[in-house]
Design a protein around this ligand. Structure first.
Ligand code: HEC
Length: 191
């Protein structure tokens, strides 16, 4: 009994302190180049390690919160496109009476992603569901849960999103209840 208990406990400790889970490696590996450039270019030398650990913390939180499930292309087909992390899902969620909503592009692309959003605006959207244009995000985006993120963690998530390589990809929608969706949809089907 004791041995079996030990074996289940130890891997959990290791994921917290050492290597990220295998499926999530891309989300940490890809931004390293972008981070190095950002650190060298825009962030002062004195803040290098603080900025780096903030982005690493954001990568960790983004991974365990499953943001990629709804925001990375291919994820709902069982094949997340690891070359385009968090660049938007081609599968939308139908919320009865509300419409169909695709997880948008969270990379810093200025035209199709969050490139024009400040970190503070990203934090507000994640924790209160309010976009810079005032629209409230559909409840399938779990912002009511993310409302519990501390200031520091919410800012770490925003910093990580800003560190991603920008990818041009506009998701369809959002579609109102009367609109005809143009891409794949997950539906709630009555029995
Ligand atoms: C269960 C699916 C799901 C998960 C998990 C999820 N999101 Fe979302 N998210 C969505 C959907 C769908 C939208 C679009 C909702 C809308 O347009 O009303 C959205 C919208 C957003 C937006 C607003 C973007 C925009 O262009 O309007 C941000 C920012 C965001 N999510 C960040 C995150 C982060 C960060 C995580 C993880 C910590 C996360 N999301 C996890 C589904 C999800």
């Amino acid at each position: 009994m004791t041995d079996a208990f030990d074996q289940t406990i130890h891997p959990i400790d290791e994921t917290e302190t050492a290597a990220p889970p295998r499926r999530a490696r891309w989300s940490i590996a890809l931004p390293i180049g972008a981070l190095a450039a950002a650190v060298a270019g825009t962030i002062g030398l004195g803040t290098t390690s603080a900025g780096e650990s903030r982005v690493a913390r954001g990568a960790y939180l983004t991974t365990i919160s499953g943001c990629g499930d709804c925001h990375t292309p291919g994820d709902f087909y069982g094949k997340p496109d690891e070359t385009k992390p968090l660049s938007g899902s081609e599968v939308g969620f139908e919320i009865p009476g509300l419409g169909v909503f695709h997880g948008p592009n969270l990379t810093p692309d200025r035209e199709t992603g969050l490139g024009r959003w400040s970190e503070a605006e990203i934090v507000t959207a994640i924790r209160t569901g309010i976009r810079p244009d005032g629209r409230e995000l559909a409840p399938i985006m779990p912002w009511r849960n993310f409302a519990r993120l501390s200031d520091e963690d919410a800012r770490a998530v925003a910093a990580y999103l800003k560190s991603l390589p920008p990818i041009g990809h506009r998701v369809p929608g959002p579609f109102g209840p009367q609109d005809r969706p143009t891409s794949f949809v997950m539906k709630i089907v009555a029995p």
